[in-house]
Write a protein that binds this ligand. Structure first.
Ligand SMILES: [Zn+2]
Length: 308
């Protein structure tokens, strides 16, 4: 379907089981005064955009959250909007590079600028990272065409994504009934559907990775002494999630008849993220250390090899 048209029909709305409606009190937090000044500086749009992005990166670093992929994005790439979202926690509109977040995620719920990351719950940070990953893929696509014209090879992650799209997401098993996960049906996806299924699956993993990093830290404690124990926690959680088939995205069917049956089709466990995809995302997007990624891989043994 034509890209422009698609954005009208398909509201690229996100978060599956990670989705939580965000219920927050509007009244009970006021930040330090310098942050208020930043919000006021929003009158000067360019300065505000630069400052907001610099602040987001600095806060993510301070909270020891992944920043590798965020550093690639130009400060003005994402247009942040805030709204009183009723159905979804957040939305990302690829063509417009627009992220719509619940108003409660804005500073003082005023709908102007992003709330400090340190004041967000773990669930909210997972939602934000899920959306930031969509923006990152959108950015890679946006720079792909001019770069290809200039004779450059596509960026490695995008190259890998295209490969996986053809190999793993063109033909998928879906779970037609949410409550009967074991029942699956085969579907052959269009280009747009398979790209969306891949993007959602990968974004689910990114949100999951961030949430579990924060949860493991909360459980074990922040000290360096406990770092290895935190890592073990994360790896244990990752294995469980994999076995449960938690890393599954969705797509909105292009066929109107199919869409009448279901607005969204969720992938089934056999079509969830592969270990290989997870490894690539850990390395190239999240910037996890090589030693840690090797430990994750070793914990699965050598039996799991992907067909792609
Ligand atoms: Zn999403």
């Amino acid at each position: 379907m034509i890209a422009g048209l698609r954005s009208h029909i398909i509201l690229h709305a996100c978060m599956t089981h990670l989705a939580t409606r965000l219920f927050l009190l509007w009244c009970c937090w006021s930040g330090p005064s310098f942050l208020t000044e930043i919000a006021v500086a929003g009158l000067n749009e360019d300065a505000s955009v630069e400052q907001t992005w610099a602040r987001l990166l600095a806060e993510a670093k301070r909270l020891q959250l992944p920043t590798k992929f965020l550093k690639t994005l130009p400060p003005d790439f994402i247009h942040f909007d805030f709204d009183d979202l009723r159905t979804y926690a957040a939305e990302y509109h690829p063509g417009e590079h627009r992220m719509v977040l619940n108003r409660s995620l804005s500073f003082n719920a005023a709908g102007r600028t992003l709330r400090p990351l340190g004041k967000m719950t773990h669930r909210e940070l997972a939602v934000l990272y899920h959306e930031l990953f969509h923006a990152y893929m959108d950015y890679l696509e946006a720079v792909e065409a001019p770069s290809a014209e200039a004779g450059h090879r596509s960026e490695p992650l995008l190259h890998f994504a295209r490969e996986q799209q053809a190999c793993r997401y063109a033909e998928v098993e879906i779970a037609p009934l949410a409550l009967r996960k074991g029942e699956t049906e085969l579907r052959y996806l269009t280009q747009a559907e398979s790209w969306e299924a891949l993007n959602e699956t990968w974004a689910v993993f990114i949100g999951w990775a961030v949430w579990n990093q924060l949860e493991a830290r909360r459980k074990i404690g922040k000290s360096m002494v406990h770092e290895r124990e935190q890592d073990n926690q994360w790896i244990g959680r990752f294995k469980t999630a994999f076995e449960n088939g938690d890393f599954r995205g969705y797509y909105v069917p292009e066929d109107p008849d199919e869409r009448r049956l279901a607005q969204k089709r969720y992938l089934a466990k056999p079509s969830q993220l592969t270990l290989k995809e997870a490894m690539i995302l850990m390395k190239q997007v999240l910037g996890f250390q090589r030693e840690f990624i090797e430990r994750v891989q070793m914990s699965f043994g050598s039996s799991r090899t992907s067909a792609c």
